[in-house]
Design a protein around this ligand. Sequence first.
Ligand SMILES: *Cc1c(COP(=O)(O)O)cnc(C)c1O
Length: 394
Amino acid sequence: MSYASKQVKSLPPYLFSVFHEKKRKLQKQGIDVIDLGIGAPDLPTPDFIIDRLIEEARKPENHKYSPYGGSQEFKQAVATFYKNHYGVTLDPTHEVLTLIGSKEGIAHLIQAVINPGEGVLIPDPGYPVYQSAVHLAHGESVPYPLDEINGYVPDFSKVPTSQLKKSKLLLLNYPSNPTGATVERETFTSAITFAKEHNLCAVHDAAYDLVTFNGYQSPSILQAEGAMERAVEFGSLSKSFNMTGWRIGYVVGNRELIQALSIMKSNIDTSQFLAIQKAGAAALTSDLSTVKSNNLVYQERMETMVDALKQAGINAGKPRGTFFLWAKVPDGYSSQQFAEKILEACGVIITPGTAFGAKGEGYFRISLSVPTDRLNEAANRILKMNAVEERDHE
Ligand SMILES: *Cc1c(COP(=O)(O)O)cnc(C)c1O
């Protein structure tokens, strides 16, 4: 007898766990492994947010259940952030919902919207959680290709019409994990037009909305005309405020979609700890100076790593957003082979592009969210490996 359901048993394999196993083995042999596969910030949560949590945690009124959809203070803070940052007006009661991290919200929205067999257009390469969430909702993932040549901006003409008929949702993610690709507002305008033509709802995952460089500001899908009729946007405090463990995020936009998710969630959870929501509100309504100083740290690390890779013969573009570098593997290797080689020769973990979909073949992802000295050490090891190889070729 087997306890797990068919749906759970048939989830796509989680590629990261294979690497965890290898990492443990190498560490047992005494090798100092540097993990550049991590997708979470290494820097601490800013003090002013922690201070607010401590203050709120002492108040008995915050020890009770939160309202199902989240505290009014947090939802109002999200609306204020959207007004100030994007010039988008939101009704905090009907167009904002508190989430226990955006991952939860994305998975539950798909369950709240998709009937068995209906399609969800997902980016390839893209965040692996989308595919698993669609699978758990008994939906069908329809990957749409993202190509380097187009700057990883979707070419909707490449989605076969037969797949479109049964599809209900279009997922987008910019700045993108894993490619670091960013877009201008026009991309969202085209996405909304395409969604309208094909009766789709658009879902934008904006987990890295504030992790941007050189003055680039990532747009919101809600800035596109007609977006409020068919789109929602997921936001997270995890990446911009180094709050991954706090589990706090939100969804904004079309009220019917938000209502469906809200009903689904009220049967599953009772929102986040009120003190965390209030600390999160302080983060969102801050002057965002802590986000800017974090971004400078990532940018400096990026420069270091891009230079080291260049010297090793690998050209990685400098992204305008996220803390990831996405680069081509050298000729003669598959993504998996190259990741294995780097692990064995340098003790450095990188993520093979195929962990993010079939179109990730030929690429790898490096996370810059490791302490700067460790990143420098990883860069040195890659350079040394390259020097040894060149000597062997002579
Ligand atoms: C990290 C990440 C998330 C999840 O963020 P949480 O709010 O911590 O659940 C969602 N989407 C992408 C693309 C991410 O990289």
